[in-house]
Design a protein around this ligand. Structure first.
Ligand code: ADP
Ligand code: ZN
Length: 751
């Protein structure tokens, strides 16, 4: 360390749950290079190991206790601008985690390690005033090198010049004589996605808006023209032409020289979706989960340097480093995949609304079945502006939805068929008339329940309290949560009887049944087991569009956003699969899924019908889905939520305590319960909304991935009160060894 005391200090945050910034001194030689939003390496903890962190503040105020100096500057340019710093700071506050954890998650690995770039050596002439005196003599080859460099009038790649000269020797000689200088610069490496991206561009003309779309556009357009924060909820039934509104909105801001971010669920990032955007907008970057680190790094740098006007991507695209943001669009805003299920447990829609607020730009949330949170926000004063597209384009009718009550379907004795005679007959009819059929079942595998009828033993995961699913193709019992696999057994491991039963229906078994019932038809299954690579998804959908596949069956993957005009029948094999989960959103999710699936039928001139098999046709979320009646469903469901103090009327947070040692988890949950009681007592003040605590209780899935889990649910009508109590409990919480806790604000997973 130098003897002069440092005059510059930085605050640094690390990838730790601590919500604290640490002060460090900056030596004079590094002072010019530190940047807010860039990373530095610093000594940390016992032993002063160097770890990397983000600089969040530079100051000349001397800290009130002695600080260590930073060791290294890792980025000469900030990785995030002040807007993203502000947004990530907000996330740390709201989701109750470390700012450093948020930054670590937001900046892709490929940006941090500069993947996709390579260091290239350049040479340039030395300015005349810096030339050595007297000038050294040069060889003829060195003379040629100097002339070539002068002719280029800008720095040249060392390798290119060496090629011209037939070797690098002369150039290096000039460098050591001080006549030219050599330096390194990072340049982008060409990646595959560049070419595939341009190949996708087929221009699409703008459509003539119909009267509903025109009305929607007239409401939204002034907000785009004037700029400023303005959230819109675009509620449009499937096939009502929401995308055309998104495209117009994007064109409007691009015309103003600004940039747009479009978030779609990962599952909808199909070539078809991408084409619709890239066909209309000049420079589109697509951010999907199949990108390599290098591609991700490159994408980030292209956006940050203003080379991209429109970013289309899943959840993490909300952090795209657009510097001239003019608009955010979120399609299918109700999708739960916008929620990240690891720290930071953020919801991309909510972060997007915050980003739009900070950047002071409009935001457009669209859905056929808005989340009840957004719907509620669109109906309270000062919330979102509601814009509706109540009809399908070109007066195409909504498909007729029929319920098939499985309790009354004729059964074949001794057989458990997935599809009953009514649906089967309708399938034959649709296929005979030249239409195509989609069958939806939200369960993978062959048998979803393997048990012993004599002792009741159920095959369970060794690490989770969950039943194993039998996958016939790979002849294995698989845990769908943690991926653990074991060989199927022929006799019961508990009582040794040889009467093991394989029950419950997955897509694999459905495929077998359909193939045997429709031997002359081409049947294709689409779920995450058959769609291994990105390309396979596209190949199947192309083949289906070309009519080479008659019956497409699958999970969620076939439910979302796909548009096939020739699909005249959509069958839902079992509408009840998600209905009885211990989750207050179970009815909402079932309604959304049925509406999405129904939306796949009748998109062309031939019209279409939807058949839903169910054991509970009277349940409101199923009955109302048949009438496409979201408004009535939301009214009933919101009434229910209000009565039971669930979101959106109450804010909810979940705190999970887990340990591989059951006793330790339980003991720590009790300690936290004590801390909660204290915090709640202090919190009771007249005029502040109450905070309610439920728990500690065992989580609905008590053991998961080898951890025993207890949870608390904390509720309050006011987010501020909820956060105050949680912050107090968390700051007092010092978990014993082997015990961890997780905080989930606005949780989606209740298991
Ligand atoms: P949504 O996203 O609301 O389900 P889409 O935007 O996919 O609906 O539109 C459904 C279909 O209608 C698409 O094929 C689209 O090209 C077409 N479409 C949209 N707007 C119009 C319009 N004004 N005139 C004719 N066709 C339209
Ligand atoms: Zn498991």
């Amino acid at each position: 360390m130098s003897s002069v005391p440092p005059t510059r200090f930085v605050e640094v945050v690390f990838d730790r749950p601590l919500d604290l910034a640490f002060s460090y001194a900056v030596s004079d030689e590094l002072a010019e290079r530190v940047r807010v939003g860039g990373r530095v390496a610093c000594p940390f903890g016992r032993g002063d190991k160097h770890i990397e962190g983000f600089v969040v503040r530079i100051t000349e105020t001397v800290p009130d206790r002695p600080v260590k100096p930073i060791a290294k500057v890792l980025d000469d340019e900030p990785l995030l601008d002040e807007h993203l710093l502000k947004l990530t700071r907000w996330m740390a506050d709201y989701y109750l985690c470390g700012w450093g954890q948020v930054l670590q998650a937001v900046v892709p690995a490929g940006v941090r390690d500069r993947a996709g770039t390579r260091s290239v050596a350049f040479v340039a002439a030395v300015p005349s005033e810096e030339l050595p005196n007297p000038l050294p003599s040069v060889t003829p080859k060195q003379k040629r090198a100097l002339e070539a460099l002068r002719a280029a009038s800008e720095p040249m790649e060392l390798n290119a010049l060496a090629r011209q000269l037939g070797g690098a020797g002369a150039i290096l000689g000039l460098v050591s004589k001080g006549l030219i200088r050599k330096f390194a610069e990072r340049v982008e490496r060409p990646t595959e996605s560049d070419s595939s991206h341009s190949a996708l561009r087929t221009p699409h003309p703008a459509l003539q808006l119909n009267s509903d779309q025109q009305r929607a556009w007239d409401t939204i357009q002034p907000a785009l023209a004037s700029g400023g924060f303005h959230p819109f909820l675009l509620h449009g039934i499937t096939g009502s032409g929401k995308t055309e509104i998104y495209l117009r909105a994007i064109e409007e801001v691009v015309k103003q020289g600004k940039e747009a971010i479009v978030l779609v669920p990962e599952i909808s990032l199909t070539p078809q979706t991408i084409e619709r955007f890239s066909g209309r907008c000049a420079s589109v970057a697509v951010l999907h989960s199949h990108l390599t680190d290098a591609e991700r790094g490159q994408y980030w740098r292209r956006v940050a340097t203003g080379q991209v006007q429109v970013v289309v991507g899943a959840r993490s695209a909300v952090f795209a480093p657009a510097r001239k943001l003019g608009l955010i669009v979120i399609d299918e805003e109700h999708e739960t995949s916008f929620k990240q299920e690891s720290t930071p447990r953020y919801h991309a829609r909510d972060v997007a609304v915050m980003r739009a607020r900070f950047a002071d730009v409009p935001i457009l949330l669209g859905s056929a079945t808005p989340s009840l949170e957004s719907w509620y926000n669109a109906h309270r004063p000062g919330g979102y502006s509601l814009v509706s597209l109540p009809n399908r384009v070109e007066n195409r009718p909504l498909p007729k939805v029929e319920l098939i009550d499985l309790r009354h379907e004729a059964k074949t004795p001794g057989k458990h068929f997935a599809i009953g005679p009514t649906l089967e007959k309708a399938m034959h009819g649709a296929l005979k008339a030249g239409g195509q059929v989609m069958l939806f079942l939200n369960r993978r595998g062959f048998s979803t329940h393997v048990h012993c009828p004599s002792c009741g033993h159920v095959a369970q995961c060794a690490h989770c309290d969950l039943a194993l699913t039998f996958h016939r193709h790979k002849s294995s019992l698989v845990c769908h949560y943690c991926g653990w696999e074991t060989a199927p057994f022929t006799k019961c491991p508990a009582c040794s009887q040889v009467s093991i039963r394989y029950q419950g229906l997955g897509t694999e078994k459905l495929q077998e049944e359909i193939e045997s019932k429709f031997p002359n038809r081409v049947v294709q299954r689409m779920d995450s087991d058959t769609m291994g690579s990105h390309g396979s998804h596209r190949r199947v959908l192309d083949a289906f569009r070309e009519g080479k596949i008659h019956i497409l069956l699958g999970t969620q993957m076939i439910a979302k956003g796909l548009d096939f005009p020739n699909v005249t029948l959509v069958g839902v094999v079992n509408a009840d699969t998600g209905l009885h989960l211990p989750d207050f959103r179970a009815a909402e999710r079932t309604f959304q899924l049925l509406a999405q699936v129904s939306g796949r039928a009748g998109r062309g001139d031939k019209g279409g019908r939807v058949m839903i098999q169910t054991f509970t046709p009277e349940h409101p979320c199923i009955a109302l889905a048949t009438h496409h009646d979201f408004v009535e469903f939301s009214k009933q469901e919101l009434g229910h939520r209000k009565e039971h103090l669930y979101p959106p009327y109450q804010r909810l947070a979940r705190l999970i305590v887990r340990s591989e040692n059951e006793k330790a988890a339980e003991a720590y949950a009790d300690t936290l319960a004590g801390a909660f009681t204290e915090a709640l007592k202090r919190h009771v003040k007249p005029g502040t909304p109450p905070v309610r605590l439920l728990g500690p209780a065992e989580c609905p899935v008590f053991k998961l991935k080898g951890y025993y889990r207890f949870h608390f649910q904390v509720q309050s009508a006011a987010s501020g009160a909820l956060h105050a109590v949680l912050r107090e409990v968390l700051s007092a919480a010092k978990p014993t060894s082997g015990v961890e806790f997780q905080v989930d604000v606005d949780p989606y997973s209740m298991l």
